[in-house]
Design a protein around this ligand. Structure first.
Ligand code: HEC
Length: 131
């Protein structure tokens, strides 16, 4: 009887923790289950897609002609990120996005999204909204 109730407790416990969404929340983003994000971070993802950064940095930010942004954002400061995307590094093949209003208007959101990917909190490149 004691054993059965212990098993039942264990079963209920595992079912409950399975049903619970895993949430990561910090000053930049909120991520649920690795793939659902807050509104601003979702805008960041859409900006990434619209600007086609993936042409050079890869669909999963893993790097192609441009470096892996998953790696880069572990070292690059927020200021360096903003500067690189705005001004580009023309002699090295990174274009300037200063004339691209959609990118400039949403550059902080783009940073949120890429930082979430780089930190491993966003586990899949394609994200959806939390609700
Ligand atoms: C035409 C190709 C191309 C496109 C499109 C492109 N990049 Fe790049 N990017 C590069 C290359 C090449 C570099 C490496 C420059 C260097 O060697 O310093 C780079 C560097 C960077 C870096 C600095 C990485 C580091 O480690 O210092 C960031 C951040 C970055 N790109 C973000 C973006 C974002 C965000 C977009 C879209 C808005 C984008 N890039 C679009 C080619 C591209």
């Amino acid at each position: 009887m004691k054993f059965q109730s212990l098993m039942l407790t264990l079963l209920l416990h595992s079912l409950f923790s399975f049903a619970q969404a895993e949430e990561v929340r910090n000053e930049l983003y909120t991520v649920m289950d690795g793939t659902r994000v807050d509104k601003n971070t979702l805008t960041g993802f859409r900006t990434w897609r619209a600007a086609a950064c993936d042409r050079c940095h890869g669909a999963n930010q893993e790097g192609m002609v441009g470096p892996s942004l998953n790696e880069s954002l572990k070292k690059l400061s927020r200021e360096e990120f903003l500067l690189t995307v705005t001004e580009g590094r023309l002699s090295k093949g990174m274009p300037s996005f200063k004339e691209n209003k959609a990118v400039i208007d949403n550059i902080e959101h783009l940073y949120r999204y890429l930082k979430g990917r780089s930190n491993g909190d966003i586990t899949r490149a394609k994200v959806e909204g939390i609700d």
